[in-house]
Design a protein around this ligand. Structure first.
Ligand code: 5RP
Length: 233
């Protein structure tokens, strides 16, 4: 296992060990780091007979829960969660996150908003002072398909930068989210800092379903570091 995978694993294991309690409802995030958290959940269920229900944030997370024989729940049955554990594409020094690199931002944000605590697990490459320092793929914005061009223009006119419709591999067509929407990736210009205001403004554009900006939603971040330690924020 390379240093990046080790970093993901140690962050995930520590988060699960510190935040997952017996008899709790856990939101399960999406991406590659969350796979290690699910492995640890499985170990703890076996070793400690832990009683947990897992609420997925995507089709991928649902498959992970089912394939690992964890108990699957949903927000209809469990509208309040004890904790949600998820990855991130970037975390700044003020706990603002960019999420949605895997296109699951909408359900991730819904599940996180229903949880008492959002705990982020990430490798060291996600640790930034300011958004955009490390992550170069832009802020994902989930949009209603018929509005994508108008939203693209509105964001470019208002804030500048470059904004692209996310395409599937080999440019076979646009990526379609679990919710049947498109994703715009906004490569924002340098110097923007008021993410709370920007997030609210973009969210209010008709046709925008959700942004990948998670503003002060995370309670705790665990970064796996190259030296094998875990940095907490
Ligand atoms: C998916 C996400 C992921 O949590 C984020 O992209 C981090 O993924 P990874 O753990 O693979 O780095 O927001 O929409």
């Amino acid at each position: 296992m390379g240093p990046l995978e080790i970093a993901k694993k140690i962050a995930a294991y520590k988060a699960v060990d510190e935040y997952v309690k017996d008899n709790s409802i856990i939101g399960v995030g999406s991406g590659s780091t969350i796979i290690y958290a699910v492995h640890r959940l499985v170990e703890r269920v076996k070793e400690e007979n832990l009683n947990i229900v897992c609420v997925p944030t995507s089709f991928q997370a649902r498959q992970l829960i089912l394939n690992n024989h964890l108990t699957l729940g949903d927000l209809e049955t469990y509208p309040k969660l004890d904790c949600a554990i998820d990855g991130a594409d970037e975390v700044d020094s003020e706990m603002n996150l960019i999420k949605g690199g895997g296109g699951c931002l909408l359900q991730e944000k819904i599940v996180a908003s229903c949880a008492d605590e959002l705990v982020i697990i990430a490798d060291y490459t996600k640790n930034s002072q300011q958004l955009g320092e490390q992550y170069k793929k832009g802020i994902p914005i989930e949009v209603i398909p018929m509005a994508y061009k108008a939203i693209q223009k509105r964001i470019k006119d208002n804030y500048g930068g470059n904004i692209q419709l996310r395409m599937a591999l080999a440019k076979a067509g646009p990526v379609v989210t679990d919710n049947g929407n498109f994703i715009l990736d906004w490569h924002f210009p340098q110097g923007l800092t008021n993410w709370n205001k920007i997030n609210i403004e973009i969210s209010m554009i008709p046709g925008v379903v959700e942004t990948g900006l998670f503003i002060k939603m995370a309670k705790k971040v665990f970064f796996g570091m190259p030296d094998g330690s875990v940095k907490e924020q």
